[in-house]
Design a protein around this ligand. Structure first.
Ligand code: DOR
Ligand code: ZN
Length: 349
């Protein structure tokens, strides 16, 4: 008999849904499995104001196929011009679930992000007062800092001082990738949580760079060393309650990744829950998956757990090499395309 695992319907606490044809193509893959997702605001132009988020939420709901249920949890893209009053209004009206800090130029569509953190201290003060969550892309952009060290240096130079200045501000260190990050989160108090992607638990940088360069494993923060991956795995293994599921599924047109200057981002949504199940199983802690995928994140965000369940079956399958997107996007290539995945989400009743 194939093994199965039934868990409460999970949430994705870090997701890029994009817009237009790409949104229509990628949304069903998430809505098939996840009840809710924290939706990243790095569109062009970014989702900055409450009005922007209301409009984007409407476009997401319009793209949701008939009969599917899904709740997008909206985020505000923090700029140096963000108005704290508008943010507070957005939280008060239930539009915003979090604010996202991108250090300027750290990653895809982050040009409008924050250069000098002091300029947004009034926003942090307000968030701390209203208990709004701050999600952080934790990398420095200093050109002198090696790309593999940018998370560790961010923690030392930016995150640690920020936490001292705003001890009651709830922060999510998004897509933690390093031992330095894992150690920092583990040592912190309950105001600091973190998400981790499937790829950062599954592989290290060798998978991307040995025997040929694999652009579909290129994301930011970049894959690190084996010891970094293993520090993240250790937190999963002990059932660390402030580390939770956030895929960072970030689709880009295939030709823009297989390119002389390829974009950062792994499109993991079509295989995400299965990939986590596979790696948890490999670590030997499959029984930890329901908390990680369905409880810890909701608890950190102060959300009720979802009704309903999703069942995983141990059954080999192979994700497609590419998925055709309408409009002028062309195709996208999912994580683990063409590889054997050992767990599969069973069709929901
Ligand atoms: O790899 C990444 N892709 N990291 C990010 O932080 C942004 C994302 C994207 O939007 O493509
Ligand atoms: Zn992201």
């Amino acid at each position: 008999m194939a093994r199965t695992l039934t868990l409460p319907t999970p949430d994705d606490f870090h997701l890029h849904l994009r817009d237009g044809a790409m949104l229509e193509a990628v949304l069903p893959a998430t809505a098939r499995v996840f009840a809710r997702a924290i939706v990243m605001p790095n569109l062009v132009p970014p989702v900055v104001t409450t009005a922007d988020a209301v409009a984007y939420r409407q476009r997401i709901m319009a793209a949701l196929p008939e009969g599917m249920a899904f709740t997008p949890l909206m985020t505000a893209y923090l700029t140096e011009a963000t108005d704290p009053d508008d943010l507070e209004r957005g939280f008060g009206e239930g539009v915003f679930t979090a604010v996202k800090l991108y250090p300027a130029h750290a990653t895809t569509n982050s040009a409008h992000g924050v250069g000098d953190l002091r300029t947004v201290y009034p926003v942090f003060e307000r968030l701390e007062r209203i208990d709004g969550i701050l999600c952080i892309h934790g990398e420095v952009t200093d050109p002198e800092v090696d790309v593999f060290d940018r998370e560790a240096v961010f923690i030392e130079r930016t995150l640690a001082p920020l936490r001292r200045d705003f001890p009651n501000l709830r922060i999510v260190l998004e897509h933690v990738t390093s031992k330095a990050g894992a150690d920092f989160v583990e040592a912190a108090d309950d105001r600091l949580g973190a998400t981790v992607t499937p790829q950062h638990l599954m592989v290290d940088r060798n998978a991307m760079l040995v025997g040929g360069i694999r652009p579909h494993l290129y994301c930011l923060p970049i894959l690190k060393r084996r010891r970094d991956r293993d520090a993240l795995r250790r937190l999963v293994e002990i059932g660390f309650p402030r580390l939770f599921l956030g895929t960072d599924s970030a689709p880009h047109a295939q030709h823009l990744k297989e390119n002389a200057c390829g974009c950062a981002g792994c499109y993991s949504a079509p295989v995400a829950l299965e990939a986590y199940a596979q790696v948890f199983d490999e670590i030997g802690c499959l029984q930890r998956l329901p908390d990680f995928a369905s409880r810890f994140g909701a608890r950190f965000y102060g959300l009720a757990a979802n009704a309903g369940t999703v069942t995983l079956v141990e059954e080999a399958w192979t994700p497609p090499e590419q998925i055709v997107v309408g409009g002028d996007v062309g195709t996208v290539r999912p994580l683990l395309a063409g590889e054997v995945v050992r767990w599969r989400v069973a069709d929901r009743p």
